[in-house]
Design a protein around this ligand. Sequence first.
Ligand code: G4P
Length: 283
Amino acid sequence: MHFQWYPGHMTKAKRAMQEDIRLIDVVIELVDARIPLSSKNPDIDTLANGKSRILLLNKADMADDRVTQDWKNYYESKGYFVIAVNSTKRNELKAVNQLIQKACKEKIERDRKRGILNRPIRAMIVGIPNVGKSTFINSFAGRACTKTGNRPGVTKGKQWIRLNKQVELLDTPGILWPKFEDQTVGLRLAFIGSIKDELLQRVEISLDFIDFMLERYPGKLAEFYGRKEEGTDVEILKGIGEIRKCLKKGEEVDLEKTAALLLDDFRNARLGRISLEFPELEG
Ligand code: G4P
């Protein structure tokens, strides 16, 4: 299976981010809690070198709690300040503010020693498309959304959102690209719906998804669709099609329709909270 990407955009976006990152103190990187590796762009490590790093395991409401906790430990051991959130819930984001203070403690101390008081911390949101950057910015900034306008030393056109006395947020997120050359990454992004699945690939993707479910969450598909997980992945897909009446004329199962239904059930968390990546398997 091959996924396509556009290297031209990538280079341009990277250059713009290089500019922006010079202006900020802390990088808040969003990843999808269901795939905290595949939804993370490795280039950001170079780009954000020397900055405080916060990793937001977003959409945690859709991921497996226990696994999300494992990822939190995993990334904390790599030096990130980590928090699991649901960005659609504004009141869950208060803790992010505290984490920003914690992540920038050294900078605040350093400023204080130099006699610089109350200089706001400058933060920037980064992440690959669809991880929830705009949702997070809207919820996090909320009504505090007053733009601070251009200032000397700030790249022309940059807008900052004053969150409170202590924090300013760059209003445009840095968009990074996933690591597409890796087909496992592509497949996992396809599972969560971050890559549009072509009609032809949808069945293939859903079969891979069934294989994954049988291995990591045995019994879940049976429980949801009310049919035993017996036979091959294709037979299971057909079984789902029969039970959900995804049929072509002549009572034959419409595999494409069934695949779309299955993926839609997963993407809307109707199958329950499912994580697709596990730190103990990824090393
Ligand atoms: P982006 O700026 O990083 O590209 O992502 P964006 O905020 O547009 O979010 C992508 C989708 O993910 C949005 O759904 C948004 O509501 C959803 N989303 C963001 N954060 C969370 C979260 O923490 N939990 C859950 N459950 N959903 C979240 P959308 O545009 O309405 O698309 P869809 O709902 O039709 O898939």
